[in-house]
Write a protein that binds this ligand. Structure first.
Ligand code: FES
Length: 349
């Protein structure tokens, strides 16, 4: 596999919406013009967006769904989720002329522009968006790479990029697409497979799966199952790449655990003047919640970089997944969601 080219600096910029395209009854693609007119990213990467809604800032990470070879415009494709503040606001209010703040690109989930190893893109729901960027980029590059896209949607009407799939197949001689629905709806006109992800299905669709690099994106349960199955099928783990933006669930028991006497370290939030006593298993992000300090968060897994904070003193064990650069670590920054204290810690916040 080619190593993706160096990532751009993750400074903040403004994007102007120049188009909105309805993809399904609950998903839209938002097309943005980049102010500099030149935007470089690797297919599969994401941007962090800051949305100001009713005077409140909300940060969300969205994978780019457009071609990495289109330097002028970028797009993201977002499915509205029930109760989702930002996805519903976007669906109802985003229109050409509106501007949003963004930063990035970020993330290591990329097949690059010239993959040398056959690919399996295994996606579900809106997890198809980074795969769309990969396929559109490969199409624009006239790639002959062997690619298999297996995409799961709950029903035919929920299948994002159904129209694009035909175009990708026409443009990419090495591409095979297997769209699968998990629910049969009588009268929906679906003639493809109706199934759930299983090792039998995967073996039938991709008997050579062990020879492919697998890029997997979808809901957490889907990816957990996929990675477990691939492991059981003997797929080398260094050939499996996953992407998830499911928000971390906060553990409501943390405060009481600390109060019960298991506290080992003090995490202080200097500017807020707040402190929490937590054990060594508690992340700085959770310590902030216990203390009442506010840290923006998105992926909760050390991927997106949203929760980056400066540590003024102390030490932590940080297990990130590419959401922070070594240069930032050298400058004293940590990702709060995946850093656990190994001493008393003072955070600038
Ligand atoms: S919230 Fe994404 S890296 Fe911490």
């Amino acid at each position: 596999m080619n190593t993706p080219s160096p990532l751009s600096e993750a400074g903040e910029f403004r994007l102007e919406c120049i188009g909105v395209r309805q993809e399904t009854h609950v998903a839209k693609t938002y097309l943005f013009a980049h102010p500099a007119g030149q935007f470089r990213f690797n297919p599969g990467q994401f941007l962090n967006f800051v949305f100001e809604i009713d005077g409140e800032e909300h940060i969300r990470s969205y994978s780019l769904s457009s071609s990495a070879l289109n330097a002028e415009n970028v797009s993201v494709t977002v499915k509205r989720v029930q109760g989702g503040r930002v996805s519903n606001w976007l669906f109802e209010h985003m229109r050409p002329g509106l501007q949003v703040r963004a930063s990035g690109p970020m993330g290591q989930f990329s097949c690059g522009l010239e993959p040398e190893t056959p690919l399996l893109l295994l996606t579900a729901g809106s997890g198809i968006t980074p795969a769309a960027s990969m396929l559109q980029s490969l199409a624009d590059k006239a790639s002959t790479c062997d690619v298999l896209l297996v995409h799961f949607a709950s029903s035919a009407q929920d299948m994002i990029f159904r129209e694009h799939m035909r175009r990708w197949v026409e443009a990419l001689p090495g591409l095979r697409i297997v769209p699968v629905v998990t629910r049969h709806i009588p009268g929906a006109g679906w003639i493809g497979p109706v199934a759930r992800l299983s090792s039998d299905l995967l073996r039938a669709l991709a008997p050579d799966v062990a020879q492919r690099h697998v890029y997997c994106c979808g809901p957490g349960g889907f990816m957990d199952l996929a990675t477990l199955m691939l492991k059981q099928m003997g797929h080398p783990p260094d050939g499996v790449f996953i992407e998830s933006f499911e928000s971390a669930r906060e553990d409501d028991n943390i405060g009481s655990a600390a109060e019960a006497g298991s506290a080992q370290f003090t995490v202080t939030f200097a500017k807020a003047g707040l402190t929490a006593s937590v054990d060594a298993e508690t992340t700085v992000l959770k310590a902030a919640k216990v203390a009442g300090a506010r840290i923006q968060t998105s992926c909760g897994k050390g991927v997106c970089g949203t929760c980056r904070v400066r540590m003024l003193s102390g030490t932590v064990e940080m297990k990130h997944q590419g959401g922070i650069r070594q240069r930032e670590i050298d400058q004293g920054f940590i990702l709060a969601c995946c850093s656990r204290p190994t001493s008393d810690v003072v955070i600038e916040k």
